[in-house]
Design a protein around this ligand. Structure first.
Ligand code: F6P
Length: 546
């Protein structure tokens, strides 16, 4: 159904009028005027605390944003998603990653099929298999225990399990080393294979479609390498697959008994909760994997039932929309102040940018009068502070930040943790407050007056730069699950407001088709085609180097 254009609806126009004033506000003043600002502009659910008070908004802004969400039908679309309606319109699919973490007694059906039963049947298989590998019952073909697991996948079939295994390293099995090979660059495969022994290695071929070129090439290379060291019948002990495509798996030579299925209503970037999370279950054990799912489910329930004004994903999305649309911020930087979350920004990049990097509405109209998904990027604090934070503090673009931290560490070095949290809180304070020219002058008092005036502009910070801070007590499987679900639903809400289909990804197809053509030309399997001058020149140089 064609929605009225975002910019034409009453709540958008009310926000636009409000923004005339609000964009002039200084956050320093807002804090000075309202001693309760932190209490008013913070919320808590599913083990996560969100402070969004360091944004250029007030209670009225939020009320207007909540009206916009209502007028835009966000709650209706949310309910349709949870109910299994086919909201992925261009692929005619339901969007039900939430069903992957729903308890067994929750009835969810797709096309008349009870999918909760299917989900729990696969979870039971994941449990049996991961237990067997972890407790040493599942042995390699020469009778040795598995020591290394190599996950071969890309995009959602890589980023999720890799990020989660790193984040939960405190809970990892001591005997199992996890490896993730995603890149078609042979250096990636080379690095993994050079560190493992075929007798004690388990390969997981993870691909929703089982057609992704990079994964298929890597899978074939791993198989050929393995068969140089072991007989064909040993494959069954060393290769398993995760996919929706049984036929392709059989063709590849993997026993369907060694296949862990999932379904087309699970998007690749939303698939870590499915059998794509098998490496997580192997690494931390099924019990913690179940906790991870339960943490996400707790966030789902909160998202489904809490009023917009107290609903963490809604708030995070609406604040992000405000910053994008009315403050004109083109990107969002994610700063986890937790080393174990160092792949979290990369994970969010796919989640957010592949979902909302769209330029047409759900009805197919070109969007010309508002901006959609921002660029998502970032790295762990404190490292980023010594690299790109300069631009964030004093550059000409304003980049909203999401700071993420655990209040308690999982190590014994308390002084490190105090230093870490101090930096996290200091950065958001500095972004908010900045440093005025008078403060700079006061700092430089006593120096030569002309020298002071020369330095003042360089040492001034404009401040008034927005940020959110998300806190959890510890980084655990459950809080990590809730954190990921928080961002999944944030992306959903923003997609609903922008009226884009957050669940397809046609934009990655063109490059795939062209790469296939060029690969044949580079291999000599096809005559060089007529490309543009630049592409022809690059192909010629590559051919000359062979
Ligand atoms: O090309 C993009 C994409 O389809 C992602 O959406 C997906 O996560 C990734 O490729 C991998 O796909 P598959 O799991 O089918 O190999």
């Amino acid at each position: 159904m064609r929605q009225p254009s975002l910019t034409s609806i009453a709540s958008y126009q009310a926000l636009q009028a409000h923004a005339q004033d609000a964009t002039q506000w200084q956050m320093r003043d807002l804090f000075a005027q309202d001693p309760q600002r932190f209490e008013r502009l913070s919320a808590e659910a599913a083990g996560l605390f969100l402070d969004y008070s360091k944004n250029r908004l007030d209670g009225r802004t939020l009320a207007l944003l909540a009206s916009l969400a209502r007028e835009r039908g966000v709650e209706r679309l949310r309910d349709a998603m949870f109910a299994g309606d086919k909201i992925n319109l261009t692929e005619n699919r339901a969007v039900l990653h939430t069903a992957l973490r729903a308890p067994q007694d929750k009835q969810i059906t797709v096309d008349g099929q009870d999918i909760t039963a299917d989900v729990h049947a696969v979870l039971a298989r994941i449990r049996t298999f991961s237990d067997a590998v972890r407790n040493g019952q599942w042995l390699g073909h020469t009778g040795r225990e598995i020591t290394d697991i190599v996950n071969i996948g890309i995009g959602g079939s890589d980023l999720g399990p890799k990020m989660v295994c790193l984040a939960l390293r405190q809970f990892a099995h001591p005997r199992l080393t996890m490896h993730f090979v995603s890149n078609v660059d042979g250096h990636d495969m080379d690095a993994a294979l050079s560190r493992v022994n075929p007798e004690t290695t388990l390969f997981i071929i993870a691909s929703k479609t089982f057609t992704t070129a990079e994964t298929m090439m890597n899978a074939n290379t791993a198989r050929a390498w393995f068969l140089r060291h072991a007989p064909e019948q040993a494959l069954a002990k060393h290769f398993v697959a995760v996919s929706t495509n049984v036929e392709a798996i059989k063709k590849f030579g993997i026993d369907p008994d060694n296949m862990f299925p999932f379904w087309d209503w699970v998007g690749g970037r939303y698939s870590v909760w499915s059998a794509i999370g098998l490496p997580v279950a192997l690494c931390v054990g099924y019990g913690y994997f179940a906790d991870f799912l339960a943490g996400a489910h707790a966030m789902d329930e909160h998202f489904r039932t809490a009023p917009i004004e107290q609903n963490l994903p809604m708030i995070l999305a609406l604040v992000g929309f405000w910053n994008r649309e009315f403050l004109g911020c083109p990107s969002v930087s994610i700063a986890p102040y937790h080393q174990d979350l160092n792949r979290f920004p990369a994970y969010l990049q796919q989640l957010d940018m592949e979902s909302n990097g769209k330029r047409v509405t759900r009805a197919g109209d070109t969007i010309t009068d508002y901006a959609t998904g921002p660029v998502i990027w970032g790295d762990v604090g404190t490292n980023g502070q010594h690299a790109y934070f300069q631009l964030l503090h004093q550059g000409t673009d304003v980049t909203p930040m999401d700071f993420i931290a655990a209040l308690r560490p999982a190590h014994e070095f308390q002084n490190h943790h105090a230093a870490l949290l101090a930096n996290c809180f200091a950065q958001s304070e500095a972004f908010m407050k900045g440093k005025t020219t008078d403060e700079v002058r006061a700092d430089l008092a006593g120096q030569d007056a002309a020298e002071i005036e020369r330095l003042v502009p360089h040492k001034t910070f404009p401040g008034n730069r927005p940020s959110n801070t998300i806190l959890m007590e510890y980084l655990t499987p459950a809080t990590l699950g809730a954190l990921i679900a928080l961002y999944e639903h944030k992306v959903f809400v923003q997609g609903a407001i922008w009226d884009v289909n957050s669940y397809d990804q046609w934009g990655v197809e063109l490059g795939k088709v062209l790469a296939k053509k060029i690969e044949a030309e580079l291999n000599g399997a096809a005559q060089p085609a007529q490309h543009d001058g630049s592409t022809n020149g690059l192909i010629a140089r590559a051919k000359a180097a062979v």
